[in-house]
Design a protein around this ligand. Structure first.
Ligand code: DCP
Ligand code: CA
Length: 363
């Protein structure tokens, strides 16, 4: 069965989020910086808005260089606030999970995700496009952010497509358009093909994906090794069988917070943990999920991490189960150490969609 995959990438993510917090600077250059701390200006640009990009500022360049480029341009330089961006990212991923079951969802970075929307779309690319438009509208409505979406028969094509019409783009590539779509692109449009591979290919007179397609696979394998050689051969033909699926370690929801003071009082710890448990079950229920394993992670006053976990007899989504197990685990933890705790956390794992209640999808 042929698949339809959607790839979403938020536009100039950190900087777009900062535009919302600094509406007066929105139409001027905004540069988000990661300061290294050596001198007041040392560090690199994390990202910037499109106004700043027009002048040549981009991710990775030294902050000092960006300041020179934008001198006299009334630019705003901001320190990256990862906690805030992670929070916004989480809300957006929650929106996406309304459109697919969690088993058809894969978040690949703070601002990118794949959705396998094959089911219910039934090979109809115009329906897939409608879905993408709805997702874009919803994210704009709830979070005031724009994103770019690519749709194609696999992850490779969807990802390349999402980069085509940034910002606020929507690019659909149907199976019979794949070959043409790729032909006029340079080889480094293929995700994973960086400067080194590009140069090596150039030395073989391979610049465009169309050139790569005519290359002898045996030569590619000889030059790049089996894995990369086969990958290049397949990618140039738009072939990618990899499935949309979260990695095991991503299939968990966790919360951690700082206690009012260092303590080993079970009551005080549970007061905080119960609030975190409430937060987790809210997220679980909003997504129609269940959990089976419950874990705790606590950091003591010497910054040592302690963890414990327990698997239930059957999956649950109940706050009471979570609170009860957390209490057991924290009781065990306190009995096993004389440490005092600074931070207390809780997490749920082995997440599954609840049977018979697949997420709505709204297709
Ligand atoms: N990021 C970073 N340093 C980099 C690249 C990215 O800190 N060298 C951060 C800031 C970005 C976020 O990761 O906002 C997402 O990275 P993207 O590569 O998707 O870049 P943007 O979202 O900023 O821009 P685009 O509109 O091109 O997607
Ligand atoms: Ca992005």
């Amino acid at each position: 069965m042929s698949r339809i995959i959607l790839h979403l990438d938020l536009d100039y993510f950190f900087a777009q989020v900062e535009e919302l917090r600094h509406p007066d600077s929105k139409d001027k250059p905004i540069v988000v910086c990661i300061y290294s701390g050596r001198t007041s200006d040392s560090g690199a640009v994390s990202t910037c808005n499109y106004v700043a990009r027009k002048f040549g500022v981009k991710a990775g360049i030294p902050i000092i260089r960006a300041k020179k480029i934008l001198e006299g341009k009334d630019a705003t330089f901001l320190r990256a606030d990862h906690a805030h961006y992670a929070n916004v990212s989480q809300q957006i991923m929650q929106i996406l999970l309304r459109y697919v079951d969690i088993s058809k969802f894969e978040q690949t970075s703070i601002d990118e995700a794949y959705l396998d929307i094959s089911e219910k779309i039934n090979g109809d690319y115009s329906k897939a496009k409608d879905t993408a438009e709805r997702i874009k509208k919803q994210i704009l409505k709830e979070q005031k952010l724009t994103c770019s979406i690519g749709i194609g028969p696999n992850k490779l094509i969807a990802k390349i497509a999402s980069a085509q019409n940034k910002p606020n783009g929507l690019t659909v590539v149907k199976p019979d358009e794949v070959e043409n779509f790729l032909s006029y692109m340079e080889v480094d449009s293929i995700p994973g093909v960086g400067g080194k591979t590009k140069e090596a290919l150039l030395s073989m007179s391979i610049r465009m994906i169309a050139d790569l397609r005519s290359a002898d696979p045996a030569v590619l394998i000889e030059k790049f090794g089996k894995n990369t050689g086969v990958f290049l051969y397949q990618a140039s033909r738009g072939i990618d069988e990899s499935i949309v699926q979260m990695h095991e370690e991503q299939k968990q929801i966790s919360r951690i917070a700082t206690l009012k003071e260092d303590t080993r009082d079970l009551g005080e710890i549970l007061e905080l943990v119960d609030a975190l448990a409430q937060d987790i079950t809210d997220e679980i229920n909003a997504n129609n999920l269940s959990f089976e394993t419950i874990g705790i992670n606590a950091i003591d006053s010497t910054i040592q991490m302690h963890t414990k976990s327990k698997t239930l007899m059957r999956p649950s989504s109940e706050l009471e189960d979570l609170k009860k197990t957390a209490k057991e685990l924290y009781t065990e933890l306190l009995n096993s150490t004389t440490a005092s705790f600074r931070r207390a956390g809780i997490r749920v794992e082995k997440l599954e969609s609840k049977k018979g209640q697949k997420t709505l999808g709204e297709f």
